[in-house]
Design a protein. Structure first.
Length: 335
């Protein structure tokens, strides 16, 4: 059996890339590391550059390059494909289109439709029950968001892009804050100023979507990342925020810590996992500040490695077990 892991860089493996590769190889699978941004087609058959690791041998480690000769591999010659990171923006549209077509012939761990349309903050309103999502406004119109803030300017708010990760451009807006207007203008692209500078030309109009979300005190107590695989909560850890920052993202200086999940948290995470499975998503990282879900991480769903650091337990074998069982069940239903 052959698994293709589509990753961003062959010369520097991510923590999740290495863990998943090793877990599948321990089960006798061949694993190919393929470049997500090198997807191409030969007479409409999708292929990529990559390297093949046999079903046995030295394990991979995060950081160093995967060793082996780079060759061409066709997606339809693999039994399973896993998109581990999304493509670069410059090529994303073409790559998503080709991968969607390839997914009609080959099984994918996470569906292309799910990665395209559910790996976004916009999707929280669809996936989550009302009691588990934080009230928010979404717009690319500065005046709309500014007016909504002013109507409740005695409250704390959070403003952030709808499609960014790792805590990028996430701002905490205090009550009656002196820089709130400027922040919202900046996040929505400074459309009015750009129009003035370029004399109203259409090319100058580049508004950007922003989410204005109520700040919840539960976040101050720390978020938890829960990795859900095929509807089962497999791994989790807490995030202790940087004392100089309101964000607890690891990329922003947050620190992983060992935590427990109570029954309500497990039930909520697994119910979301089952909902996502209806759309072909079998592996997701859920950011939780119970009873609220802050974000769904499908494109960059790491969490296994940090959980291993905090607990000392590698959960990747359970992940592989669940994914393989789901894949085999899917194949049996098709026969």
């Amino acid at each position: 059996m052959r698994l293709l892991l589509l990753i961003s860089r062959l010369d520097c493996l991510d923590e999740l890339d290495a863990l998943i590769c090793n877990a599948f190889r321990r089960r006798g699978w061949e694993v190919i590391f393929g470049e997500i941004n090198a997807i191409a087609a030969d007479d409409y058959r999708c292929f990529t550059r990559g390297l093949l690791l046999p079903g046995s041998g030295e394990p991979c480690h995060p950081g160093p390059a995967a060793l082996g000769n780079r060759e061409t591999y066709f997606l339809d010659e693999c039994q399973l494909v896993w998109v581990m990171s999304p493509p670069q923006d410059y090529a994303a549209r073409d790559i998503w289109q080709m991968l969607w077509l390839a997914s009609k012939r080959t099984a994918f761990v996470n569906s292309i439709e799910g990665m395209m349309f559910l790996d976004t903050k916009h999707a929280l309103g669809y996936v989550l029950p009302k009691e588990n999502r934080v009230f928010a406004y979404t717009s690319n119109d500065f005046s709309f968001l500014w007016e909504r803030y002013r109507q409740a300017s005695d409250q704390w708010w959070v403003a952030k892009p709808a499609n960014a990760g790792c805590g990028q451009n996430v701002f905490l807006l205090p009550p009656n804050g002196p820089n709130v207007r400027t922040t919202l203008q900046c996040l929505t692209g400074n459309a009015v100023v750009q129009s003035l500078l370029y004399n109203g030309e259409v090319g100058a109009f580049k508004p950007e979507y922003t989410i204005l979300q109520k700040f919840i005190l539960e976040v101050a107590n720390g978020e938890k990342r829960v990795v859900v695989v095929c509807g089962e909560a497999v791994a989790w850890y807490g995030r202790e925020g940087n004392p100089d920052d309101h964000r607890s993202n690891i990329a922003q200086g947050g620190t992983p810590k060992s935590v427990e999940l109570h029954s309500g948290e497990v039930k909520l995470a697994e119910s979301i996992g089952l909902k996502l499975m209806e759309h072909g998503i079998n592996f997701v990282g859920i950011d939780m500040a119970y009873p609220y879900i802050v974000e769904l991480n499908i494109g960059y769903p790491n969490g296994l490695y940090n959980e291993m650091l905090t607990s000392g337990v590698d959960r990747s074998d359970r992940v592989a077990e669940l994914i393989i069982a789901s894949f085999e069940n899917h194949c049996s239903l098709l026969r």
